[in-house]
Design a protein around this ligand. Structure first.
Ligand code: NAD
Length: 329
């Protein structure tokens, strides 16, 4: 099978080339451009394309892929909200993803963001570098015996519940389905209950119509004053303008974002020489209690190996017709 790999970074190529040794039927060509309707035609002569969370796999992209003979979209990520699934279905293009490649990688980053924003580690790091050893502006609060509210308790949310439990926190959760594996230490509550009781709120549900902007000014108003909000899931779960209003209302002790609404043009790019006009990101970063990282939750050695192995196994199973649970379409 010939796979065209879009938006290649050196670490992608390294992990996939390592994994290829056990998948002799797979041939990969690595290219730098990302997949969208402008670049889809490059896939002429390939059986499959490999895309990522920031690829634009909309109906026009899929139409071109179909014309060029592509039969499979291999997503090297868990989420698939960037793919027009109905269009793929109509065109007979199968879509596969890599669910749960390393839930702990993302959950550990979520806790890192929670701790960094609580104890202002980014500020402390800079202060000490400037020989400023004072503690002003660095006061946080103990997580021990506080309440963690986890929204979405699938693979990553459950891992976050376990981490918070390990910190000695009371863990409450909201999900449309309850996860039996964590029920001995997690109390499921309504969303409103979670919002009003939690000292730390961490988002781990997928982006869908029903979850878009679930954190908005109404839900923010229901939160405790001095709450910490962490989002490592998808940017559009949070309505950014409302978040900024909430920060200005002094609602949050800290906000940690690995994902945010306008991240698409930023993700994994070095834009340090650019002047970012109309940037919500810069507005967010102007607040002393906000830390933003650039979609790096997944970025551990273990996760990259698992992503490469599972993606190539997905392609192998597609080729042989073997049963595989990673089909999205
Ligand atoms: P998962 O499918 O295992 O879990 C998602 C959970 O959300 C499920 O339990 C589901 O029932 C729940 N859910 C669905 N609708 C809900 C709603 N309306 N309210 C509350 N809960 C709801 O997924 P996962 O592997 O745990 O991943 C969660 C999300 O994390 C992904 O959708 C993806 O967007 C994000 N993610 C981010 C990174 C990163 O690098 N930052 C990496 C991987 C995944």
């Amino acid at each position: 099978m010939k796979i065209l790999f879009y938006d290649t970074k050196n670490y992608d190529q390294e992990s996939f080339e390592k994994a290829l040794s056990v998948f002799p039927d797979m041939k990969i060509e690595f290219i730098k451009p990302n997949l969208d309707s402008m670049t889809a035609a490059l896939a002429k002569g390939f059986d499959a394309v490999c895309a990522f969370v920031n690829s634009s796999v909309d109906s026009s992209t899929l139409e071109i892929l179909h014309q060029k003979g592509v039969k499979l979209v291999l997503l090297r990520c868990a989420g698939y909200n960037n793919v027009d699934l109905d269009a793929a279905k109509k065109l007979g293009i199968r879509v596969m993803c890599v669910p749960g490649y390393s839930p702990e990688a993302v959950a550990e980053h979520a806790m890192a963001l929670a701790l960094a924003s609580n104890r202002r580690l980014y500020k402390a790091y800079n202060k000490v570098r400037e020989n400023d050893f004072s503690l002003s502006g660095l006061m946080g609060f103990n997580f021990y015996q506080k309440t963690a509210g986890i929204i979405g308790t699938g693979k990553i949310g459950a891992a976050m519940c376990r981490i918070c439990h390990g910190f000695g926190m009371k863990v409450i959760a909201y999900d449309v389905y309850e996860n039996a594996s964590i029920k001995d230490f997690v109390e499921y509550v309504s969303l409103d209950d979670l919002l009003s009781r939690s000292d730390l709120i961490s988002l781990h549900c997928p982006l869908m119509e029903s979850t878009q902007h679930m954190i908005n000014i109404d839900t923010i108003r229901k939160m405790k004053d001095g709450v910490i909000l962490v989002n490592t899931s998808r940017g559009a779960l949070v309505k950014t303008d409302d978040l900024i209003e909430g920060i200005r209302m002094h609602k949050f002790a800290g906000v940690g974002l690995d994902v945010y609404e306008e991240e698409k043009n930023n993700v994994f790019e070095d834009r340090s020489d650019e002047i970012l006009e109309h940037s919500i990101t810069s507005r967010l970063l102007s607040f002393p209690n906000v830390i933003v990282t650039s979609h790096q939750g997944f970025f551990t050695r273990e996760a990259l190996h698992a992503i490469a192995d599972t993606t190539l196994q997905n392609a192998t199973d597609f080729l042989s017709g073997a049963e595989n649970r990673n089909y999205v379409v």
